[in-house]
Structure formats: C-alpha cells, structure tokens
Design a binder for this molecule. Structure first.
Ligand code: B12
Length: 252
C-alpha cells in the first residue's frame, strides 16, 4: 500500500515544537452543537468560518469565563485546526462519552447522529470523563453513509494497523480515504469561489486562504453585484446516516 498517497502533510505550518499546550493542562471539556439537516446554513463557510463554528466559539468563551470565575481552574481555548494547536475533536468527543466513531468516520451521537460539530477547552484539573459509551449503531446498518460518497472515499481500505502502528483507524477499519474526500471538499471551494467575479490572481489567493478556516479574512472583490461567498461542503456521509434523525413534529 502506498501510504504517502493517502496522507499529505501540511506544507508551511508551524513545527510540532512551536505548538505547545499549557504544561499543566490535564483534561479536555468537549462541547457539541447540533447541525441538523434543517439548518444547513450552520455549516456554510462564508469567508470567516461557519455560523455553527461561531456559536461553538462563543459557548466555549462563555464556558471558559464561567469555569475560571467559579472554580480555581485555568482553561485554555483551543484553535480548530490541528496544525495550529487544536486537538483531534472526534477522538476527544468519543473519550468524553458523546458518541462513537461510525463507519462514516464521524462521531455518531445517540441524539443527533453525526450531525453535530465540536469544540474543546483544556483544563488544568482532572475531570472525570462520562465516556466512552456502549453504543454501536453501525453494527447492523446497511451503511448508506459509505454508499452516499460522491467520490468513493469509502471504497478501498487504504490504512492498515501495521503501516500506521495503531489499531484506531480512519473509518474504523481503515476504509476511509481522507485525500480523496479532501479533493471533493476542495472542489466545493472552487465552485463557490468561481461564482465571485474576480481576477485569476484574486481567485487563486482566495482559494489558498479559504483553507485557513476561521482566520481567513480576505478582501472579497468588488463586482457589479454584491459578491457573496458561501462554500457548501459535502455532507453526504453525514446526512445519509439514519441515527438521530428527527421526525416531523418531534420536540427539538
Ligand atoms: C482535517 C479535517 C478534515 C479533512 C480530513 C479528514 C480526516 N478524517 O482525516 C477533510 C477536509 C477531508 C475533512 C472532511 C470532513 N470533515 Co473534517 N475535520 C478535520 C479536522 C480539522 C481534523 C481531523 C483530522 O485530521 N483527524 C486526523 C485523522 C487521521 O483522523 P481520522 O481520519 O478521523 O481517523 C481517526 C478516527 O477515526 C479515530 N478512531 C477510529 N476509531 C476510533 C475509536 C475510538 C474509541 C477513538 C477514541 C478514536 C477512533 O482514529 C483514527 C486515526 O487517528 C477536524 C477538527 C478537529 N480539530 O478535530 C474536522 C472534523 C473531523 N470534520 C468534521 C466534518 C463534519 C467533516 C465533513 C462532514 C465535512 C464538513 N461538511 O464539515 C467531512 C467528513 C469526512 C469524514 N467522513 O471523515 C467534524 C466531524 C463531526 C463529527 N460528527 O464527527 C470535525 C470534528 C469538525 C467539527 N467542527 O466538529 N475534515
């Protein structure tokens, strides 16, 4: 297996040594905000991030203030991206007891299925985890999530425990190809950017900065019409999951 072709390193990010969590941070609090199919706009990237992520950041800020003002505990708010010092939010959410990793490689929660986004705070105090949960909704499922992928990211087993020297694998058994999936999401960006009138060079800059997720604040070019940027990232593997789907009339 050619592992390299399924694993691309960040090109210009800071080195691991440049990213340090506080030495006394020993626990993580993970928060989640449901991103139901009825509110797709929560997940739309508008040039500064997504509305859903802004809600998460605000909750995290308020939670951090409340913890620090109420208890003798220091908190550390984390950035989203791993290469900027963020943590693996799915693994943290599973360890915290919010759900399990599903065949679609997403955290499936009992209440909202995979339609949820996370954020985390580090604490300098031991906190008892409420998880992991005894919950495995994928066992007898026909896997509509894997079939729904438009670029067949779940077609081949591309990671193995021996090659990675770890038993926890993407898509549970290594059957999720992050590079193929990422190409589709880059395509989604391209589609959104092409709708904005701009020069070739401005478009290229925009495509580069868009990957910065919540820090990219670039000039959206002025055109005759009001330019609007809205990247609607693919969510097929998430929206096709039957777990936690609400029915009309259910209380929210
Ligand atoms: C980089 C990234 C991407 C990349 C690469 C994805 C990847 N999985 O490698 C791209 C751009 C392709 C991507 C795509 C998507 N992403 Co994304 N992404 C991230 C980010 C920033 C880092 C994830 C990462 O690099 N993981 C490392 C890789 C190696 O891990 P992995 O593939 O997930 O595999 C691990 C797990 O499966 C774990 N595992 C397996 N079994 C078990 C069992 C146990 C007990 C445990 C503890 C762990 C475990 O071990 C594997 C190896 O480490 C996180 C945010 C964050 N800070 O964590 C969001 C995040 C994972 N993405 C998210 C989402 C929603 C998506 C998309 C649906 C697109 C969208 N609309 O947002 C797709 C779905 C892709 C998929 N099916 O996995 C959500 C997931 C929410 C959820 N319910 O799980 C996150 C957490 C962001 C958030 N705001 O909450 N993403």
């Amino acid at each position: 297996m050619n592992l390299q072709s399924h694993w691309e390193d960040v090109k210009d990010g800071p080195s691991p040594a440049e990213i340090a969590w506080p030495a006394d941070a020993v626990s993580a609090v993970v928060i989640g905000v449901a991103h139901s199919a009825d509110e797709p706009e929560l997940d739309w990237w508008d040039g500064k991030g997504t509305p859903g992520n802004r809600i998460l950041m605000q909750i995290n800020r308020e939670l951090s203030e409340w913890i620090e003002n109420t208890f003798p505990v220091k908190t550390c708010k984390l950035p989203y991206l791993i290469e900027k010092g963020g943590i693996f939010l799915k693994d943290a959410a599973v360890m915290a007891g919010l759900g399990c990793i599903g065949k679609n490689n997403l955290v499936i929660t009992p209440g909202y299925g995979p339609r949820i986004r996370f954020r985390a705070l580090l604490l300098d105090r031991e906190a008892e985890a409420t998880g992991p949960l005894e919950f495995n909704p994928c066992e007898d499922c026909k896997q509509p999530c894997r079939k729904a992928c438009p670029v067949k990211s779940f077609q081949n087993t591309v990671y193995s425990a021996e090659a990675l020297s770890q038993t926890l694998l993407p898509g549970i058994n290594g059957t999720y190809d992050r590079v193929t999936c990422n190409k589709k999401l880059e395509n989604d960006i391209e589609k959104a950017v092409m709708r904005i009138p701009a020069t070739e060079e401005a478009l290229r800059d925009m495509q580069l900065t868009i990957n910065e997720f919540e820090e990219a604040l670039f000039e959206i070019p002025k055109g005759t019409q009001e330019p609007s940027l809205c990247v609607k990232y693919c969510r097929n593997c998430e929206l096709s999951c039957p777990v936690g789907k609400r029915h009309r009339g259910d209380p929210r």
